[in-house]
Write a protein that binds this ligand. Sequence first.
Ligand SMILES: C[S@@+](CC[C@H](N)C(=O)[O-])C[C@H]1O[C@@H](n2cnc3c(N)ncnc32)[C@H](O)[C@@H]1O
Length: 383
Amino acid sequence: MSFNFSTQRILEGTTNVWVPKVLSTKGPKTKKVDVFYNPTMEFNRDVSVIFLKRFIKKEQKSILDGLAATGIRGIRFANEVDGDLSVTINDANPIAFKLIKRNIRANNLENVIASNKKLNALLAERWYDYIDIDPFGSPVPFLSTAMQSVKNNGIIAITATDTAPLCGTYPKACRRRYQAVPLKTNYCHEIGLRILIGYVAKEAAKYDLAVKPLLSHYTDHYFRTYVRIEKGAKKTDKCLEKVGFVVHKENGFREVIKEIKEEDLTAGPLWIGSLFDEKFLKNLKIDISLGTKRRLERMLEVWKEEASAPPLYYSSDEIAKALKLSPPPLQIIIQKLRDEGYKATRTHFAPAAFKTDADIESIKEVFKITLNLTSTFSLPFQS
Ligand SMILES: C[S@@+](CC[C@H](N)C(=O)[O-])C[C@H]1O[C@@H](n2cnc3c(N)ncnc32)[C@H](O)[C@@H]1O
């Protein structure tokens, strides 16, 4: 099977995959190749592999890698996830389809079929237990059909790389695509992810379907969420109670609200429920063979902490800046907030940020106390 670009065999997880030799990343010197492959998305794919391992139980599951490019994700599912799964790997691009077929053959996979259709057309044909949507940019064009093609209690896994609209750099694009208002703030990444999930919840509600996010993250400038879809009008009504707004106060305080007042600076509609399911995270297993194992271990620890945290994070820098002080160490702030009786956790959104249910004045107070404490115990600078 020949291609008009050179290919190379790479190993990701425990799977060998043929991919284009020239990378498909943007840049003035980058040659355009016919099939997309981005090695930096390995973390994204590793998460989906451990997710699927946790999701697959005894009964047969039908899996769709809907926008597959080289097919790397679906090939890895078929090769690395134990259990009775039938995998469909689809891409509308005929050259990608050719490469997908080569990768299926090279891995001797019998539980996989390649497909060369527009994703919405394929979704109209049958039902799946797990649908993976990993587009260029926004997943919006595929969500309505995905809702109509996912089985009860099935999963839709969604990537969005259009972070500029979702985080408020292009608010008009966000309004058009997601029918939501973003807010360019210190915590715009959490708002962006919540707008995406809120949109998914509203799209599901049209079909009396409720969504439950099991795992959602912001990583390397993309958003990713895995939502379980459950049938039922009552469940859907309950789910929609978790779609609301964020109000951003002048003093920097932020909170989620269900209804907006005109005078408030608000973002939304967006998801105000949890981004994770604690029980689901608890049983996620990270295999030793995964290329991003260390990063996954670190992230999983923070996701677990964050799963029970109140929404919306504060960066240490923004609070310190408001107080005209330098930020104290994060662990000390978190401990002090906990000592004062508040909830406080790290967040995966930013390394020097925290989540808490304390109000802004109490947060500032804790900063001042913490700085006094740390300066009392710190050693003088050496010359
Ligand atoms: C970002 S790439 C997918 C990357 C891949 N999931 C991975 O992990 O390497 C998006 C792919 O979607 C395909 N695509 C775009 N629009 C499509 C459509 N309407 N139906 C099916 N495939 C489509 C493109 O050809 C491209 O290969």
